[in-house]
Design a protein. Structure first.
Length: 268
């Protein structure tokens, strides 16, 4: 049986370490907050995914995937996404982190994920499909992560400011303005933010702007327009930040994503 557009509930009980399912989603589909008994690796071959948890927001561009530990409450917004999902028993989870991660999907892992749609739920563990499942776990263990995460503080007022910023990010938003809104000194605010978010305000602000930039770029917005919308002084300053964090220029990133999508052997 081809594992395409199969509800997880139909196969979750199967006594296999890995269950692979492929699903197509129309643009704008929202999978509201839910959890899985198994860990999940959600891979978007096309389109863009926005993943929200109680801890923050991840932006997942094409040819990347998000690792969701077992029991992690999450919500996913799909924008024209064709996915492959691996549902993995917690005892076999290949990622040690208790947190979500955006992972790079290298060409080998991509091909393995494509092939996984042909694995029946009750595959032969001693045959080719069993070997494929083990190789998928191994490659997930090795996959590098991308810094495309903006954690949300637990303090309600600070979390509210962060959510407002994520809706309208601007790289020159000033910490002293945030401190004033919270009736704190800037020093107290800086300490509070680091305690709550696990990074400095400046680092968080940059992460949030980067996450906002990716969907704009992939939807066709120019580097110049994207940079100015996010408040950068120049396209060069924006491109420098982008290259420093992701290892390639915005133009190269979009070109690679577009080329990979064009080379995709059909939406399955």
């Amino acid at each position: 049986m081809t594992m395409l557009n199969i509800p997880l509930a139909d196969v979750d009980h199967v006594a296999r370490l890995v269950v692979a399912i492929g699903t197509d989603y129309s643009s704008g589909t929202l999978l509201d907050f839910h959890t899985h008994r198994r860990a999940q690796f959600l891979y978007g071959m096309t389109g863009l995914m926005e993943v929200n948890t109680d801890n923050g927001t991840w932006m997942v561009p094409p040819y990347s995937g998000v690792w969701l530990p077992a029991g992690k409450r999450h919500r996913v917004r799909m924008n024209g996404v064709s996915t492959r999902s691996l549902y993995i028993e917690p005892v076999a989870a290949p990622r040690p982190s208790p947190s979500c991660e955006v992972l790079v999907v290298a060409p080998l892992l991509h091909q393995l994920l494509l092939a996984s749609a042909n694995m029946p739920a009750l595959y032969d563990e001693s045959g080719r499909d069993g070997a494929l499942a083990q190789l998928l776990l191994y490659e997930l263990h090795l996959a590098p992560s991308l810094p495309l995460f903006a954690p949300l503080p637990q303090a309600p007022e600070l979390a509210g400011l962060c959510r407002d910023f994520l809706a309208q990010p601007h790289i020159h938003s000033l910490p002293e303005d945030w401190a004033r809104q919270l009736h704190r000194s800037q020093r107290t605010f800086n300490r509070l933010f680091r305690q709550q978010a696990g990074m400095s305000f400046g680092e968080w602000r940059q992460q949030a702007c980067l996450m906002a930039a990716i969907p704009r770029l992939l939807s066709g917005s120019s580097v110049t327009r994207t940079a100015l919308e996010l408040g950068y002084d120049s396209p060069g300053a924006f491109s420098s930040m982008f290259r420093k964090v992701l290892g390639q220029s915005p133009t190269s990133f979009v070109r690679a994503a577009t080329r990979q999508e064009e080379e995709l052997p059909g939406r399955c």
